[in-house]
Design a protein. Structure first.
Length: 275
């Protein structure tokens, strides 16, 4: 297999791994067994691809490839994935499975970064560019979903006010029911949160492959993780504390304001590209 084909398969692994994480997160929040099953099968395909690479390397070198950073990270990611599959198959512990796979995904990205830095080829440079593109596209997808979530929350607040004041019954029918607006806002947030998390992981991975200095305390970097944490807190309040309705809609509006502040104004105080 050529270097180009190796990088293409690695990209497929990352895509499938990311989709699996999104499905596991959705299952964790919504307790959707279909999402769990889809995540499991995606993860199984990823593990099979990783296993093929691993045993091919063992066959070629006649030794276990764990003697440098890149090889060690790959073997670590493979083991984590194996443990995750076993736990998911025999035990239904959704949160632990999601966390384990998140760590495995980061180890896989660590392997790709180390491997890219070590193999200074045309395809590694192309891979770095595609990594940046994926980071930007996923971040914009997450921001779009958060925007839709805010829009449904705003409509919820408007609907709540109109019902309370008993005004404009024709407009009320066009806006939709409170329950529908609340559920749609929640759904958009569930989908957006893991997408943003994956985008940030890809962004950090890309940063370590470039010659630019990457600062964890950079304003845009900190702001991006603050946005992620804020939305995670809202999901926690919704799922664990059962806070729904107008209160969660107001929290969503505050979170969206923080997102806009991070995207527009914090960019003025950063020297590093980070969505």
């Amino acid at each position: 297999m050529s270097v180009f084909e190796y990088f293409r398969v690695y990209e497929i692994i990352v895509i499938l791994y990311g989709l699996s994480l999104i499905c596991y997160f959705y299952d964790f929040v919504q307790r959707d067994r279909k999402a769990n099953q889809l995540a499991f099968w995606l993860l199984l395909v990823v593990w099979i691809l990783q296993t093929i690479f691993l045993f091919t390397k063992i066959y070629i070198t006649s030794t276990l490839p764990v003697f440098n950073l890149a090889e060690g990270l790959y073997f670590y990611a493979w083991l984590i994935l194996l443990v995750s599959i076993v736990i998911n198959y025999f035990y239904k512990v959704d949160f632990i499975v999601f966390v384990i796979n998140l760590v495995g995904f980061m180890m896989m990205m660590g392997f790709l970064v180390s491997n890219t830095i070590q193999s200074d080829t045309l395809f590694s440079g192309q891979f770095i560019g595609e990594l940046l593109l994926a980071h930007i596209v996923l971040a914009f997808i997450a921001y779009t979903l958060f925007t839709l979530s805010f829009a449904f929350s705003a409509l919820y607040i408007v609907q709540f006010y109109l019902l309370k004041k008993k005004k404009w019954p024709q407009l009320l029918r066009r806006i939709g029911s409170l329950g529908q607006l609340d559920n749609l806002s929640f759904l958009m947030m569930i989908l957006a949160t893991p997408v943003l998390l994956i985008a940030l992981i890809l962004g950090v991975s890309w940063a370590y492959t470039t010659d630019d200095l990457f600062y964890w305390i950079d304003a845009k970097t900190v702001g991006s993780f603050v946005v992620l944490i804020v939305y995670c807190v809202i999901l926690y309040l919704r799922v664990s504390k059962k806070i729904v309705g107008k209160n969660i809609a107001l929290f969503n509006a505050i979170a969206f304001s923080i997102l806009l502040l991070n995207y527009i104004f914090v960019s003025l105080f950063t020297n590093f590209h980070f969505l």
